[in-house]
Design a protein around this ligand. Sequence first.
Ligand code: GUN
Length: 273
Amino acid sequence: MTPGLAVIIVGEDPASRIYVRNKIRAAEDVGVISRLFEFPSEAPPESVLGLIDSLNDNPLIHGILVQLPLPPQFNIYSVLHRILPAKDVDGFHLYNVGGLVVGERVFSPCTPYGVMKLLEHEGISVAGQNVVVVGASNIVGKPMALMVMREDATVSVCHAKTRDLAQFTILADILVVAAGVPGLIVQQMVKSGAVVIDVGINRLASGQIVGDVDFESVRQKAAYITPVPGGVGPMTVTMLIANTIQSTEHKADLIDWDAGSISGPMRSLYSHA
Ligand code: GUN
């Protein structure tokens, strides 16, 4: 079965267009069939929901991704929850979010999943470490905190209203920054030998893309640091592809070939029927 990924984008947000193009390109590179669905920014939500219904029913599509943000007429949760959990390769459906808390999910959100893979690849264990996450978004900060907590880290989550951010970041053995503020983290805020993971992607007025960490100063103190661009960003795309392939293999395993349909307790994740 060839993996199939559907990508939906609504509107003209330039950053979203670049992210989507990277995802489609990565899919093609590894032989995942991708289909791009583009809607104008004034599209009625019903048209996107109708497309999601038909993709849910399409056996050739194993992963469905709706690029965020969506225009204001959309209720983002009603869109994300329309995707079957078993095709929710972004890991944003409530089933998958809840599963991250209690351990029964199908998919993990791609960016924090990519961070976990980076740490694993470098042989960095998070158990017993002080992990400080800066940024509490649903896409990165919150799932990141849950993932490292599950692996026995001690976690602090800081955000825009945190008083004296440095008081927290200086204690971090592993510092994950996803605040969307260029240059937020400077050398004095980082412990010597810390692992610094920069999830920020900011475009400066000059056009330069930078992260949330002042890379040149912090690299002199950190044991490990990820660059922007080229650090976490490619991992996000890679985990999307990994989730899509996992979805395809999982579905193949669950199919009752005689009946030609999904069987067993996982059925409701695969079909609304
Ligand atoms: N917008 C910013 N990051 C993401 C992501 O990981 N997935 C989707 N669907 N939209 C995003």
